[in-house]
Design a protein around this ligand. Structure first.
Ligand SMILES: [Mg+2]
Length: 433
């Protein structure tokens, strides 16, 4: 239990020992089960993530994490130490303006960096007070968060072909395998790789193989409006959660939206201006909140409150995560009364994690919200060292390039689909297996 004097002493930066003294950043490369294909390129068999540690004068350490499109974000994170030295982790609104003032952001867009710093400050405040982040942010309405299976088309191992998901049969087998292993009861097919007619063949086959479960298809805005409408028509009899980002832009989504099939987005409503626009003229039904894209856990909670008022369903989005970022998603999911759907996670595609105790585990398609102060996760220093070395060995990779299609890049709406009959097994020294 926290006592009032401790709160009074610590609040508002009045405790001189609870101020930021150092910011550390370490880039790690953690292997995935296989390279994951998506609409603009691929995750090259691994996630490159930058682990953030903020230290206060009293020796507490708060943890954050961010992506970076396959590249390190170390320099950008460390470069903010002069802005934040002496800043109290309690002063979260101040942090917003110290890091990403809206006018300054026209020159240096730091929203995602702010997110990583906010995670670490929330972790610090929780540790200081001895409470979990979800207790800090309003208290839990649930202790476990449900996740969708997140099915990707994948490249196979260059020698054995192992791990490949390309054919309809492989896609169905992969869905069944993930359900058997983790208990998922909803499933998201990540598309935008092959022609949508082929991908919907896969989607319908997966839905047929898993009666009673629910489904969503996400081609990351790669389709034209007309293609999106055709997809909506083909899947109308499936138990769909929603159709996610079939085409680009609020105007495009508005044209696709029709009775009987909800549209969701994590791409075209990712800030408060876009949310306001979508409230004024509804183009999208379901808002997928990403703790990185929105700039932290607290902006997501603010957005969720607006969505509650206007009866827009919400869910928690994944932009790739190790255990620290997953903890932010779990604490967010724990405090949202209007969470309407299972969350996304790339997490089950990872082979390992950098937190003490190893990877968190699914039970019946859900993960328990971590207990313990702050985010409730701690760094396994040996794992961080191991995967930092892996990053030094392999370097970064371009998230928006495909190792199996050198020279290719998509246009929007895309017409340059991959060929599902082509069993290409890319070989590139930046790939991990
Ligand atoms: Mg999406």
């Amino acid at each position: 239990m926290t006592t009032a004097p401790v709160l009074a002493a610590a609040h508002g930066g009045h405790d001189p020992a609870f101020v930021i003294t150092d910011i550390r950043a370490t880039t790690v490369s953690v292997p995935l089960e296989a390279p994951l294909r998506h609409a603009v390129g691929a995750h090259w068999g691994r996630f490159v993530r930058t682990i953030v540690e903020i230290e206060t004068a009293d020796g507490l350490i708060g943890l954050g994490e961010m992506g970076g499109g396959g590249e390190s974000a170390e320099a950008a994170i460390r470069g903010l130490l002069p802005n934040l030295k002496g800043h109290s982790p309690f002063n979260l609104e101040g942090l917003r303006f110290a890091v990403c003032n809206p006018t300054a952001s026209l020159y240096n867009n730091r929203t995602q960096i702010h997110a990583a710093l906010e995670f670490a400050c929330l972790d610090l405040v929780g540790k200081k007070l001895g409470v979990s982040v979800s207790d800090l942010l309003g208290g839990r309405v649930r202790d476990r968060v449900g996740f969708a299976s997140y099915l990707f088309f994948r490249y196979g191992h260059p020698d054995t072909g192992a791990g490949e998901v390309r054919t309809v049969e492989q896609a169905v087998a992969h869905a069944l395998e993930l359900k058997a292993e983790h208990g998922f009861f909803s499933h998201k097919l990540k598309g935008g790789v092959f022609d949508p007619d082929y991908e919907i063949d896969c989607y319908l086959a997966i839905a047929e193989a898993l009666p009673g479960d629910s489904f969503r298809y996400d081609p990351n805005g790669a389709l034209s409006v007309i293609q999106s409408i055709r997809v909506a028509d083909r899947i109308k009899d499936v138990n769909n959660d929603f159709l996610e980002d079939p085409t680009w832009g609020l105007e495009g989504m508005w044209q696709v939206r029709r009775p009987g099939l909800l549209l969701a987005t994590n791409q075209v409503v990712v800030n408060f201006e876009q949310l306001a626009s979508n409230v004024l003229r509804r183009a999208v039904d379901v808002i997928l909140l990403d703790t990185t894209f929105w700039g932290g856990i607290r902006p997501c909670i603010k957005a969720a409150g607006i969505c509650e008022t206007f009866q827009l369903p919400i869910a928690v989005h994944s932009s790739g995560e190790l255990g620290i970022q997953l903890a932010t998603m779990l604490h967010l999911g724990a405090v949202l009364p209007n969470l309407s759907y299972t969350a996304d996670a790339h997490y089950h595609h990872l082979r390992d994690d950098i937190i003490v105790g190893g990877k968190m585990t699914y039970q019946d398609g859900t993960i328990a919200v971590p207990d313990g102060p702050g985010l409730g996760v701690e760094l396994d220093r040996d794992k961080v060292a191991e995967y930092a070395e892996e990053f030094r060995r392999l370097g970064g990779y371009p998230y928006d390039r495909d190792p199996g299609r050198p020279g290719w890049y998509p246009i929007m709406p895309n017409t340059r689909w991959a060929d599902p009959a082509d069993p290409v097994r890319p070989q590139d020294p930046r790939l991990a297996w």
